[in-house]
Ligand binder design. Structure first.
Ligand code: ASP
Length: 349
């Protein structure tokens, strides 16, 4: 309900502003394949983060008709090297942009490998309803049929559209618009690289037009669990993958390293074997919060179903995949360590 009210207010305020002038959009570039160059047009191999934000914009002159655009280089990394430090830099800069009314919307260019994690982190830490849209590409700028220019143009189109306000952080890719909570990378090399397996895309962008078909009912900021500044130190949360006959050594190792939380990428409905079960008991007894997620590409992990979470002291990720559950647990642990409160956060955001 709260989310719907925020959404309506946001749309009204952005409509009033954008009726008067072209929206102002700041592009925050972080690197990735979209900024990559390769050895030849028929080669998909490339070096990430070679082009800067002005090079990216020069490939889509038509974007100037949609918005007043400026760019800033936040980082130049392949997103396999994305870090919490860069996440904090992005969150702080975006909150400042909206607080100081420097722009109406932000577009972030980002590698695809960890794009979903950055998008969800920002979804939980940006305190304004203005559109924030991430995009990237699967082919470097030098490849035949490079997808970067079209994806960037589409992302700008999405960000400039008043209907994109109040929806939390979005990912615009290959003509689909995805909610940051649900989206995940599903292909190693294909241009149709993203999907939201549980919910589907919330909208489409095509031919300069944006259409939405659904809205997530989960909370987005300003109900955010934690405020981020440059000095915020986030709790350490790691992920452990479960598979047939997996030994639990890594769980014990993480406990010995005094991590704050562990997300288990469990099998099926967040399940694990006897060795994991015993190690999870030891972890919980040592004060480590353990969250059950799943390695299945869709579905949710159900509380108190095959595993007695109350007795074991575990929480479930609901339908968040392990990498998203890690993001939420890091932020939630900054607020509370209580099992019930943490579980409520996972059912709310
Ligand atoms: N490794 C690259 C990255 O995530 C892949 C890409 O951008 O598509 O930065």
């Amino acid at each position: 309900m709260k989310k719907i009210v925020v959404f309506i207010l946001a749309v009204c305020s952005v409509l009033i502003t954008s009726a008067q002038t072209k929206p102002k959009i700041i592009i925050l570039a972080t690197g990735g394949t979209i900024a990559g160059t390769g050895a030849a047009a028929d080669r998909a191999g490339y070096t990430a983060g070679k082009l800067n934000v002005d090079d990216l914009l020069s490939s889509i002159p038509a974007a100037k008709k949609i918005a007043d655009i400026s760019g800033e280089q936040i980082a130049s990394v392949g997103s396999q090297d994305m870090s919490i430090e860069i996440w904090k830099k992005l969150a702080v800069r975006i909150n400042d942009i909206f607080k100081n009314k420097e722009a109406d919307a932000v577009v972030i260019t980002h590698g695809t490998d960890t794009q979903e994690e950055t998008a969800y982190f920002l979804d939980l830490t940006i305190n304004y309803p203005n559109p924030v849209v991430l995009t990237g590409s699967m082919r470097p700028a030098t490849a035949i049929s490079a997808d970067g220019p079209k994806n960037l143009y589409d992302a700008i189109t999405v960000a400039a559209n008043p209907k994109s306000a109040g929806r939390g952080v979005l990912v615009s890719f290959n003509e689909g618009i995805f909610d940051s909570r649900d989206v995940t990378k599903i292909s190693t090399t294909k241009v149709n690289a993203f999907a939201s397996p549980n919910t589907g895309p919330i909208g489409q962008v095509y031919d300069g037009k944006v259409e939405y078909y659904s809205v997530s009912l989960r909370e987005v900021s300003p109900a955010s669990p934690v405020k981020i500044d440059n000095n915020t130190k986030l709790p350490r949360v790691e992920i452990v993958y479960m598979y047939a006959d997996a030994p639990a050594d890594y769980i014990d190792y993480l406990v010995s390293k005094k991590v704050d939380g562990i997300v288990i990428a469990g099998v099926g409905n967040g399940n694990f074997n006897k060795a994991f079960m015993d190690a999870v008991k030891r972890a919980v007894a040592a004060g480590v919060v353990v969250c059950r997620s799943t390695r299945c590409p869709s579905g949710r992990v159900v509380l108190e179903d095959e595993i007695n979470d109350k007795e074991l002291g575990t929480i479930v990720s609901d339908d968040l995949n392990p990498q998203k559950a890690r993001v939420l647990l890091m932020l939630a642990l900054s607020k509370t360590r209580k099992q019930k409160e943490l579980q409520d956060i996972f059912f709310k955001f």
